[in-house]
Design a protein around this ligand. Structure first.
Ligand code: 6PG
Length: 250
């Protein structure tokens, strides 16, 4: 496979077009599955507009909320109600208004061992395995229909930071990350590349001029966590004009 061939880059005009396009992809992935749907959300600020869109028409009534389950790809190790908590942000933006509580699957951070993200990671891995119904991922039966992702200024994705050992994990589905590489500097819990890959589609959302430098490095196929994150199905990078390197495609 030639460098970059694992992904498809789709350019859109601006953040509003990006949210619209992402919402349409979410709806399309859900429509492909008549049974129980699993979507893995992401933190950060990039998916906010998408999340808000999903709670409003024309998208809200297209989602069969009772059979869609919502997971999160990484979490900041802060209590569930903390504004820095990724799932708290998604709940506020759309899940609490739309999804049955039993379909929302946060990474537990209010554990009996509040200083140890590994305990949370083990609990979430058990929850994912029980949802999936097996301890080993079968490429013929992906864990998620859709995994949403973002990219940080250092090329991290989820809470997988450059040069961290968690990147090479091939057995565990979820791991604790004692120290973050970027703000907020709190421990993290993250799904591994191995678990995130088990999806029909992985969808990165990248918008804004501040993302142009890292996107340039990603598109040059540098060895960055975000480049190592790829689906066993389709990997899509949805990018707005402000983030796109000037020479892209030319
Ligand atoms: C987190 C994220 C992280 C995020 C990127 C991009 O917990 O911060 O899950 O991986 O997606 O850092 O963040 P922005 O969307 O805020 O740029």
């Amino acid at each position: 496979m030639a460098p970059g061939d694992h992904r498809k880059v789709i350019a859109v005009a601006d953040p509003a077009a990006l949210a619209k396009s992402a919402a349409e992809r979410v709806i399309a992935r859900i429509a492909e599955n008549n049974g129980r749907v699993a979507i893995c959300l992401t933190g950060g600020s990039s998916p906010m507009q998408l999340y808000q869109s999903l709670a409003t028409e024309p998208y809200r009534s297209k989602i069969p909320w009772d059979r869609v389950h919502w997971f999160i790809g990484d979490e900041r190790f802060v209590p569930a109600g903390d504004p820095l908590n990724n799932m708290a942000m998604a709940r506020k933006a759309f899940l609490d208004q739309c999804a049955p509580a039993s379909n929302i699957h946060p990474i537990p951070t209010d554990t009996a061992h509040p200083d140890n993200p590994d305990v949370s990671a083990e609990r979430y891995e058990r929850e994912l395995k029980s949802f999936y119904g097996a301890d080993v991922l079968d490429p013929a039966r992906p864990l998620f229909d859709l995994v949403l992702m973002g990219v940080g200024p250092d090329g991290h994705t989820a809470s997988l930071f450059p040069d961290y050992p968690a990147l090479d994990e091939t057995e565990r589905w979820v791991v604790g990350v004692p120290k973050a590489h970027v703000e907020p500097f709190v421990p993290r819990v993250t799904l591994t590349l191995h678990a995130l890959a088990s999806c029909r589609e992985m969808l990165f959302e990248v918008a804004g001029a501040e993302k142009r430098a890292i996107l340039t490095r990603v598109l040059a196929d540098e060895n960055l966590p975000a480049n190592r994150a790829r689906s066993i199905g389709e990997t899509i990078w949805l990018v707005d004009q402000a983030a796109l390197p000037e020479n892209f495609g030319g």
